[in-house]
Design a protein around this ligand. Structure first.
Ligand code: CA
Length: 189
């Protein structure tokens, strides 16, 4: 379980991310403007920050810049609609750890969050299980390989994410809504 700060002014996207993170067992906190995002990130309470670029008060690049110049090393994943190469480079140059262009699928964001948290805990794997096993079927989340008693199965990326969802909640019924929003993303129409 990780404390994750979401700085995003679009309520729909913020709540979509927060809901998904909660479902994965994390504790998300949402703020919707740049200055509050910077304050919260500097509080030292968080393991990771998801940071939008277009924000009221102060844009994401400036938040990141101030954060790094004040010595914070919190992992930051930038979210932005501006998916041009130059923005990516600006973001990574100013100290972001990763980058996601909107619209994105929740599963993709989760994969990146997982990777960043794992990097921080230096392979300790405290927050995540790398391998999920249900009734003799193994999902290796690191290599995305699936092994059954009959051998290895080939799954597409989406099939793997679906399988992961079921393996994380064995015995539970998941609604169509839950599957759509968690596997296909908030723009699943
Ligand atoms: Ca925005």
């Amino acid at each position: 379980m990780a404390q994750i700060l979401i700085v995003e002014d679009e309520a729909r996207i913020a709540s979509f991310i927060a809901k998904g993170l909660r479902a994965e067992g994390h504790q998300p906190q949402v703020v919707s403007d740049g200055p509050s995002g910077l304050d919260e990130a500097l509080s030292g309470h968080y393991d990771l920050m998801v940071l939008d670029i277009g924000l009221p008060g102060m844009d994401g690049f400036e938040v990141l810049d101030q954060l790094r110049s004040q010595g914070s090393r919190i992992p930051v994943i930038i979210l932005t609609a501006r998916d041009s190469v130059s923005d990516t480079v600006t973001g990574l140059d100013s100290g972001a750890d990763d980058y996601m262009a909107k619209p994105f699928r929740f599963a993709e964001l989760m994969a990146r969050i997982r990777l960043r948290l794992r990097t921080v805990s230096s392979g300790g794997g405290a927050s995540f299980e790398d391998e999920l096993v249900v009734q003799g079927i193994r999902l290796d989340r690191r290599t995305r390989r699936v092994t059954t008693p009959r051998g290895e199965e080939e799954l597409s990326a989406r099939e793997f994410t679906l399988a992961e969802m079921f393996f994380l909640t064995p015995g539970q019924v998941l609604t169509r809504e839950q599957l759509l929003s968690r596997v296909w993303g908030y723009d699943f129409d």
